[in-house]
Ligand binder design. Structure first.
Ligand SMILES: [Zn+2]
Ligand SMILES: [Zn+2]
Length: 72
């Protein structure tokens, strides 16, 4: 069985409310793509989840959220 990230594989969209203002945040891509060199050095990749950046268009808050992988 494979464990995959539902966002990277476009299984469904995540609706993450902004912790500051409550607006639904936009998914901006994976940490590694967004921050390239910085996170590449941090060995952020884990087997259990995939880190994605979420951005709030109302207040500008950015959050890195670990999405649990699902078993296909
Ligand atoms: Zn992912
Ligand atoms: Zn916000």
């Amino acid at each position: 069985m494979d464990k995959i990230c539902p966002i990277c594989n476009k299984l469904y969209e995540f609706k993450i409310p902004c912790p500051v203002c409550g607006k639904i945040m936009w998914e901006k891509g994976r940490n590694e793509e967004y921050l390239d060199d910085y996170t590449a050095n941090m060995a952020i990749r884990s087997q259990s989840g995939c880190n994605h950046i979420f951005y709030c268009s109302r207040c500008g808050k950015m959050e890195s959220i670990c999405i649990n992988n699902v078993i296909m």
